[in-house]
Design a protein around this ligand. Structure first.
Ligand SMILES: [Zn+2]
Length: 249
């Protein structure tokens, strides 16, 4: 199995090394997402040490107030000198921060340009910003990536799929009353779904509220299997293939 979106590194999780090793024992590969230059560097170094760990590097919305042109240059240095498999996580968030919209958009566009230049897929964060994210990606020409923790409508999911994107499904699919996500998973092809945990956040049931780890992927797999009326093995096989194709790993 491949956890296509998690934050298993020092800044976020104390016992991250144990978790990486435990994942290896359980045949789980990780795509670890950075959020700023510091975490990006940490993750590329981890990806050199652990063969079940792949680096996605990017500058995310939540550090936008503290970054400038230099950070984009540093990101490009990382892309040139290392082998990250994706740019992420990047995107727009109008839920937590609206007053810096313009700067968020500027950095989002700049990183989409880098994705094109280095021919990398992108891993996208979007909250209350889905139309802007869609319009900007469409104009950018980027045609491969993952919509992480997708919370938009079914119609919007289908538009992203048409553009060449996959839909990331994580812990909230297991929450009671999450009819919206259940309908979404029903409505899209398993070939368009990626597994992710967003660890240490968004722990699935029955571990909701605790620190999340990629070892919880199985609960997401079981829930998707139940919704789509297929076996958990099928869910694992197809989503692993999806991730391998998209991220070329
Ligand atoms: Zn994340």
């Amino acid at each position: 199995m491949i956890d296509t979106h998690c934050h298993v590194y020092n800044e976020e999780i104390n016992n991250y090394i144990d978790i990486i090793n435990e994942c290896k024992k359980n045949n789980i590969s990780l795509i670890v997402n950075g959020v700023d230059i510091k975490s990006d560097y940490e993750i590329v170094e981890l990806s050199k040490k652990y063969d079940n760990l792949y680096a996605a590097v990017g500058i995310n919305y939540d550090v936008i107030d503290t970054v400038d042109e230099k950070d984009l240059k540093s990101l490009e240095e990382i892309l040139k000198n290392n082998s990250p498999i994706a740019i992420g996580e990047i995107g727009l968030d109008y839920y937590w921060t609206k007053d810096n919209k313009e700067k968020q958009i500027e950095f989002f566009k700049a990183q989409l340009e880098l994705a094109k230049k280095y021919d990398l897929p992108v891993i996208i964060h979007s909250r209350e910003s889905i139309q802007d994210v869609f319009d900007i990606i469409k104009t950018s020409g980027v045609r491969k990536g993952s919509m992480h923790c997708f919370s938009g409508s079914i119609e919007m999911a289908k538009e992203f799929i048409k553009l060449g994107f996959k839909i990331g499904i994580d812990g909230p699919i297991t929450y009671k009353n999450n009819k919206k996500q259940v309908e979404l998973v029903k409505s899209i092809d398993i070939k368009d779904i990626l597994l992710e945990t967003d660890s240490p956040y968004l722990s699935p049931e029955p571990n909701r509220g605790k620190e999340n780890t990629p070892l919880n992927l199985k609960y997401i797999v079981n829930k998707i299997a139940e919704i789509k009326n297929i076996t958990p093995n099928e869910v694992m096989d197809v989503t692993t293939k999806n991730a391998k194709e998209l991220f070329k790993i």
